[in-house]
Design a protein around this ligand. Sequence first.
Ligand SMILES: [Zn+2]
Length: 502
Amino acid sequence: MIVYDQDGTRIELKDKLGGGGEGSVYSIAGHPHFVAKIYTSDADAHREKIEAMVSIAGGPDSARIPKAVAWPMAALYSDAARRTFVGFGMRLVKSAHRLEALHEYPAPAGMRVTMREKVDFLAELCDILAALHQLGQVVGDFNGENVIMEKGGHPALVDADSFCVRAGRRTFRCEVFNDDIVAPEIVRAARASGGGYASCPDDVFTTHADDYALAVHVFRMLMNGVHPFRCTPVPLSNGSVPAPVKTLVRVERGETPFFRKVRGVKVSPVAPELKEFPPYLVELFRRAFVDGHAKPASRPTAQEWGAALRRYRGELVSCGHGHWHWKGASACPYCAADARYAGVASKPVRAGGAPHVTTPPFGGANPASRAANGVAAAVQAPSPARAAGLGVPYWVASLLIGLAVFALLGAALPVCELAGISLGIGYPDWLQVAFLVSALAGVVAYNLLFVTRVEGKSYLFAGASAVGGMAALVLLCFVVAIVLGILLVIFLFGVAVAIFSD
Ligand SMILES: [Zn+2]
């Protein structure tokens, strides 16, 4: 295939190296270190953004674009007159591993990357992000599929055409996000906008959102792939397991079990214990996930992370079992996590969470990433998980508790009357029936409306809801009595006015 760059230079594309839903990647004759991404559909939709990126690459900021980023270097056209835009040229990234694979626990077969190499890799990734932020650019969908470990262990960023690009006064949006790295303020904005990420206001796509994603990557790398907001449900006393709540919902609520007590859940058993990490790293995580939840600007910057990781790298010691851990730890936290994993390994556990996918090394034509992003975009309005059925035994038991509560209070009512405490209307049968119905209605309301929110079926709460139902009836009686009283006063006032006006 023959294409032309923005200067009209003729370029011959050779082998197709990979392809996805959006485009295909080709090698370029005579330029072994560069490749071309050719859009397979709707290339015009990308034209302005790519041309803006190419002009940044050719402008005064050219040298400030990190070499590790597969930034569009040339816009490509099917004709020398630049009538039909078809794609762009970028540097070739040779993938040894994707960051997402580095997060996997246990490590995929054949992967031998030590924690020291991973920390070096992360520190360099911080430098890349810091350089992009100094340029005024935001990655946006900073997910682990778009971060590559090249041979030699150095990081590279691909899929740059999906960045949130600022060129002059224009902002070219990033419209898809992977659930694992999307910051809480973007989740909130997507929900508020009603139209998903694509209709969020521009000002939520900030460097602080990238800083959140970076913190997630650092956390997962050190914590055997466990996401900071991922929770493991604790089985209830009756043996049932609460319905899972999506990580994105946890993110929006700020429920990280590593820093907060979250009802009904605990941290994953495969995560090393946070107290075995140096306090300066734990503090950065706290700022990223707790303080940064309400105030994104509180999150550590890429520069801060880079400095902390380099310090941590110097404090790593070997445990003798293939792990590198902090020299101040009481014991190797990874050995302890391996032992816990062995205990639950009868069922294979994937702590990382994101589905395992294999992808070609070229970000621009990364179908799995695109597919994952498509899923993320489709899940635009996160909602609390619904309980997967409460079960007949629970319904029977909770309604019996409601019945018992009614019987107890029903028995108490005549006693109250004997003691002289009375509503003044006695306790006729119809009122007893109304109390019975409202007690059971309280239990049903609790089961249907609240069990999923508190993530646990509780007989105590069911009983309390029966009392609540009966209390609501009493309140309703008072309200009705007051309303009737007011209507009566208005009626009498009307009669009086009618009489005296005669
Ligand atoms: Zn160890």
